[in-house]
Design a binder for this molecule. Structure first.
Ligand SMILES: C[S@@+](CC[C@H](N)C(=O)[O-])C[C@H]1O[C@@H](n2cnc3c(N)ncnc32)[C@H](O)[C@@H]1O
Length: 287
């Protein structure tokens, strides 16, 4: 029988073995993923692991960690394994029914909050394609007067959004509702739209991690613009005078989206917003 010092149950040994395993599986950030997953198993932040690397895992923790590493090696996104993803500083619960919120989408929230700051009389917001509710929650938490209609066609995603809205304590100001695009939503001051925008060609070459995410959250039809086109065509009846709409898109679609926006709102100021990697990530329309 091996002595306790050599049984590999210490945090540092587990992390070393995990990094090796994830590297062999060609996972992009093996050290980070190993620490996030072990922190999740031990119910501690990553930083705690560094300061307590001689602590031992219980047999059950070691078993759970092995299971999570096996799933991560098969490219299941870390957020689906931990059940949570941070978005705009808020912990957002996720599962495989919803897209994992992306840091690039924070561009929409920033633009929305800027608009609300510049227009103190504006308070009504639509989060179109809400998924986990991430955008609606970020806006409501950062602008106390905002009232958000969070819309999505998918009832299973809406269940996740409702749970997040309750957990983040914004139920009084975020109404989560099933709707095909604007449907019967009330007119609004601001629309933040993160609809599916991948083209059929892009869907065929999805990175492995993204293949675990729901197709209907990604599929934007042949050229990727099917839903954005419909939303922009319908938007003039939804936006109040002096309103704004921000639409997330693929950097290669920004010019087409701007031109669709120009057709719907001929007199508006239309700009393109860059994401964290300085790619054109969203089109902003201000009436
Ligand atoms: C790219 S995901 C965005 C999710 C979320 N806003 C986020 O940033 O993580 C697109 C969402 O649009 C929803 N959706 C697809 N078609 C829709 C439609 N016709 N009307 C409303 N929502 C739709 C999908 O169910 C999915 O949740």
């Amino acid at each position: 029988m091996r002595s306790n010092d050599q049984d590999g149950s210490r945090v540092r040994d587990q992390l070393r073995a995990a990094r090796r395993r994830l590297t062999q599986a060609s996972i992009g950030r093996p050290a980070l993923d190993a620490e996030v997953l072990l922190g999740h198993v031990m119910k501690r932040p990553r930083e705690w692991l560094w300061a307590h690397d001689d602590r031992r895992l219980t047999a059950s923790q070691a078993r759970r960690f092995r299971l999570l590493l096996a799933q991560r090696s098969h490219r299941v996104p870390v957020a689906y394994l931990t059940g949570v993803k941070e978005f705009f500083g808020e912990p957002i619960r996720v599962n495989h029914r919803v897209l994992v919120p992306r840091p690039d989408t924070e561009v929409l929230v920033e633009a929305g909050l800027r608009f609300l700051h510049d227009h103190p009389g504006a308070r009504d917001v639509i989060d179109l394609g809400t998924g986990s509710g991430a955008i609606a929650i970020a806006v409501a938490r950062n602008c106390p007067r905002a009232r958000v209609q969070a819309l999505d066609t998918d009832e299973r995603a809406l269940r996740v959004a409702r749970a997040n809205v309750r957990a983040r304590q914004v139920s009084g100001r975020v109404e989560v509702r099933r709707s095909d695009l604007f449907g019967r939503a009330r007119p609004t001051d601001l629309v933040l739209a993160n609809l599916p925008y991948l083209s059929a060609a892009a869907l065929r070459r999805l990175p492995l991690d993204v293949r675990h995410e729901p197709k209907r959250a990604l599929n934007g039809g042949a050229d990727g613009l099917r839903l954005i086109r419909r939303a922009l065509a319908d938007a003039p009846r939804m936006l109040r005078p002096s309103g704004a709409m921000v639409i997330e898109c693929d950097p290669r679609q920004a010019r087409s989206v701007a031109s669709l926006a120009r057709s719907s709102f001929p007199g508006a100021t239309i700009g393109v917003l860059a994401d964290l990697s300085r790619r054109s990530r969203a089109v902003e329309v201000r009436l």
